[in-house]
Design a protein around this ligand. Structure first.
Ligand code: SF4
Length: 291
């Protein structure tokens, strides 16, 4: 049996749907051009902020959406929302668990998690925000506090007939500059460290509960791997957004047009157009820790 590490996204995907988790573990990925625009915009924003090029795909008709992200990032820099010496995309690993953090302070005392979203209120809800953040406290026992940093996706629309793209983008820029707290919840120019978002301290999180949750999922994963079957949670196919593996679940096959299989890329040219899905996953239990 192969042994793998547990990532935050793996755990979230498993809790959403075990079958989805099994596809991800097999290295099956939706091709970039079929990924939702919202996800690609979020990835683009992260790459612009971090300076780490990711080559995010946008088609001809999505150039405006791409430029909207560029305006948001431009204003973020103008307002100096982030400290200039912040570290980006830092990988942490602890006790068999791994995760990459968007932002980490130079002294490693705090971290930040950005969310480019149409529903920032969702993340300013403490209960939801904590579920997004607890994993990172688990990954690094040195973290003392953190920030959840929602960024509102602009809903401003271009006046298709009367307005050029340049005019629209400068109108958008002005709008963000005029009311930054609308786009960056809890914004204040007086704040230190990051200038928007919600702050949480380590003691607000139940690390024992998280550890229990991880171990529970791991036991289930190993059991499902043993019996060679990952059930489908169909109630979550469209929640919180449409699952990108719907085509596989509906047809029982992986279309090469829609998906890439990382683990089989070398043999890609020799594969038939469709491949049946099998499962193979083994994970290790997280041991007790003191926080
Ligand atoms: S389409 Fe539905 S059943 Fe299939 S993997 Fe996604 S969430 Fe699970």
């Amino acid at each position: 049996m192969e042994e793998i590490k547990v990532r935050r996204s793996h755990l979230n995907d498993f809790e959403r749907c075990p079958r989805r988790f099994s596809y991800i573990k097999r290295g099956i990925k939706i091709r970039p051009q079929f990924q939702s625009l919202a996800i690609r915009q979020g990835s683009y924003l992260h790459s612009l902020i971090s300076g780490i090029e990711e080559g995010i795909y946008f088609n001809e008709n999505e150039q405006k959406d791409k430029m909207v992200v560029e305006i948001v990032v431009k204003v973020m820099k103008e307002l100096e929302l982030l400290p200039s010496d912040i570290k980006h995309e830092i990988l942490y690993s602890n006790n068999g668990a791994t995760g990459t953090l968007d932002l980490v302070s130079p002294d490693n005392r705090w971290f930040g998690e950005m969310k480019y979203t149409t529903k920032p209120d969702f993340y300013t809800n403490s209960f939801i925000a904590q579920a997004q953040l607890e994993w990172y406290f688990y990954l690094n026992p040195e973290f003392q506090y953190c920030y959840i940093l929602p960024i509102r996706v602009p809903a401003l629309r271009m006046q298709e007939v009367k307005e050029s793209i340049e005019k629209f983008l400068s109108r958008l820029e002005l709008d963000i500059l005029k009311r930054p707290s609308f786009y960056f919840p809890k914004y204040s120019s007086e704040r230190q460290e990051v200038k928007w978002g919600l702050k949480f301290y380590r003691h607000e999180f139940d690390m024992k509960q998280l550890e229990w949750r991880i171990n529970f999922c791991i036991k289930l994963i190993n059991y499902l791997n043993k019996i060679g079957h990952y059930p489908q949670h169909k109630a979550n196919c469209l929640t919180p957004s449409e699952c990108e593996y719907m085509s596989i679940c509906e047809t029982g096959a992986v279309s090469d047009t829609l998906y890439i299989q990382e683990t089989q890329q070398a043999q890609e040219t020799q594969q038939p157009q469709q491949t049946q899905v099998t499962q193979e996953t083994q994970v290790t239990q997280v041991t007790q820790q003191t926080y």
